[in-house]
Design a protein around this ligand. Sequence first.
Ligand SMILES: Nc1ncnc2c1ncn2[C@@H]1O[C@H](COP(=O)(O)OP(=O)(O)OP(=O)(O)O)[C@@H](O)[C@H]1O
Length: 244
Amino acid sequence: MLVLRGLSVTRRNRPVLHGVNLTLGAGEVVGLIGPNGAGKSTLMEAALGLIPFDGTSNLAAMDAAHRARAAAYLPQSREIAWPVSVEDLVALGRIPWPGGGRGAGDRAAIDAALTRMGLQDFRKRTALRLSGGEQTRALIARALAQETPLLIADEPIAGLDPAQQLSCLRLFRALAAEGHGLLVSIHDLGLAARFCTRLVLLDKGHVLADGHPDQVLRDDLLRRAFGIGARRIDTPDGPAILPV
Ligand SMILES: Nc1ncnc2c1ncn2[C@@H]1O[C@H](COP(=O)(O)OP(=O)(O)OP(=O)(O)O)[C@@H](O)[C@H]1O
């Protein structure tokens, strides 16, 4: 679903991504972790062909119409430009498909996305008048309505309350079980350990580690990337990671 080879990006004459290789297949929830400025958003934007890069990305090589059916994207900026209803915002996710948001088939996809994000009672509300977390959920619903094999989500749980964080990540695991692939940047290392099938640790534009969460959330690697240690506490619900 995603094949990146030697992806390098220079921004304002400064190299910020250095020859990143990354592949992601069906059934995976790949968590992209790393310090602020490590290059997580840059990697996503380059993979989608939204910014210039060196190397190759299978998505960026597609024409826009095919790409919009291959991958949905939740950008880090939660900007909603117009005072549209939540329902119409989510319908924008259907633009790549034949009904364009107004067809009979589109209705089911929009309803399913609203339901999955718990937004049934918000559908007629003006999206601009939702709370920050509610807006994020509406934008995730827009991406879900796109019904693409791959979902690329930049910090999808930032600003969500703890219950919404769990339900969002549980949904991502369910989507993976249905055969989707997900690339998700995330700062909560405990939730990353619990819900991601694989983690990629980025540091200063380099991949420091790529593998099972247990292999990536090692004290030495976290010290190298973040300059802090991490204490792991195993619980019946999965590991908790305490930054120290
Ligand atoms: N539009 C831009 N123009 C110039 N430099 C940029 C731009 N966007 C990001 N950068 C720089 O590129 C580097 C990588 O930024 P990026 O946003 O990819 O980091 P990130 O890992 O997503 O960080 P965060 O965890 O804070 O979201 C940083 O040094 C940042 O300052």
